[in-house]
Design a protein. Structure first.
Length: 251
C-alpha cells in the first residue's frame, strides 16, 4: 500500500498545489498530513480547505494548536503570523466554512498508529511539540528513549529537515541515500520534510511516499513558484518579510 506523507505546509498554497499534482502524477491516491497546515504562510484558509478535502488522515501540528489556544514558545515572528492566521480563519468564507475549519482543527488527533506505523508531528515522546534534530544522533540516551516509544516506524515533521534516524544513531539525509530508503525490520524514525517551508537549503517542496508492501521509502522534491508565495507575504504587514526570504533560500 502506497501513501504520500506531507507535513509543514504552513499556509503555502503554491507549494501544496505543486506537491498534490506530483502525488497524482505518480499514481498515489492516499495522503496523510502530519500537521502544521497553517502558520507563517499567506494562504491558511486555502491550505486548510484543501487538506480537509484531500487528506485521508491529518494530525495536529504545533502551529495548528497555536491557532486554537495560546501559543507557547513562539518567537515574535511566528507569534505575529499565528495571530494574523487566526484573523484570516475568522474572516474568509461563509459562517459554515469558518465553523468547519475551526471544528476540523479542534478535532485533530495528536498522533495515530496503524500496525507497526506511528504518525506524529513532533516526536514519539511528545507528538506535537518536541523537535528531533539530526544532531540528536550524538545523544545516545535521548535516541534510546525516543526509539523506546515506537513499535517499528515513526513518521514525523516539525523540524522541516528530511531524513531517516536509525537505532545505530545515524541520520541519513535524502541526498545520502539517493532519495530512496529500504524499510528494513529495524526501528526507524523518518522525518518527511516540509512542503511549505523547507529548511535543508533546498527551496523545493519536500514530501515522501511510503510503500508498506515493498518496504520502501521515497523522498520527492517538487519545484514551485516560491516567488509568488513570497510576494504575498511581502504584501501583508503582519507577516515578516523574512518568511518570504527563507522560502527562496530554503533555509
Amino acid at each position: 500500500m502506497k501513501r504520500a506523507l506531507i507535513s509543514d505546509i504552513h499556509g503555502n498554497f503554491e507549494a501544496l498545489q505543486a506537491v498534490l499534482a506530483d502525488i497524482e502524477s505518480v499514481g498515489v491516491s492516499e495522503i496523510y498530513c502530519l500537521g502544521d497546515i497553517i502558520g507563517y504562510g499567506p494562504n491558511p484558509c486555502e491550505c486548510l480547505d484543501t487538506v480537509m478535502r484531500r487528506c485521508a488522515k491529518t494530525i495536529l501540528g504545533n502551529h495548528d494548536q497555536a491557532a486554537l489556544f495560546d501559543p507557547d514558545g513562539f518567537n515574535p515572528m511566528a507569534l505575529r503570523a499565528i495571530y494574523w492566521t487566526r484573523d484570516q480563519l475568522d474572516a474568509k468564507g461563509s459562517n459554515q466554512q469558518i465553523n468547519a475549519r475551526w471544528d476540523f482543527l479542534g478535532e485533530l488527533p495528536r498522533s495515530f498508529e496503524e500496525d507497526e506505523l506511528k504518525f506524529v508531528h513532533g516526536s514519539p515522546r511528545d507528538p506535537t511539540n518536541e523537535y528531533v534534530f539530526p544532531e540528536y544522533v550524538f545523544d545516545q540516551r535521548k535516541m534510546e528513549i525516543l526509539f523506546g516509544k515506537i513499535t517499528q516506524y515513526c513518521f514525523m515533521g516539525h523540524t522541516h529537515l528530511p531524513g531517516v534516524f536509525t537505532t545505530s544513531c545515524e541520520f541519513i539525509s535524502p541526498e545520502e541515500c539517493d532519495h530512496q530508503f529500504d524499510l528494513a525490520t529495524a526501528k526507524l524514525m523518518v522525518n518527511v520534510g516540509s512542503v511549505g517551508q523547507p529548511r535543508d537549503e533546498n527551496n523545493q517542496a519536500c514530501y515522501c511516499i511510503v510503500d508498506t508492501d515493498e518496504k520502501k521509502l521515497q523522498y520527492r522534491r517538487v519545484p514551485y513558484d516560491f516567488d509568488a508565495t513570497a510576494a504575498k507575504i511581502y504584501r501583508e504587514p503582519d507577516l515578516d518579510n523574512a518568511l518570504g526570504d527563507r522560502l527562496k533560500r530554503g533555509h
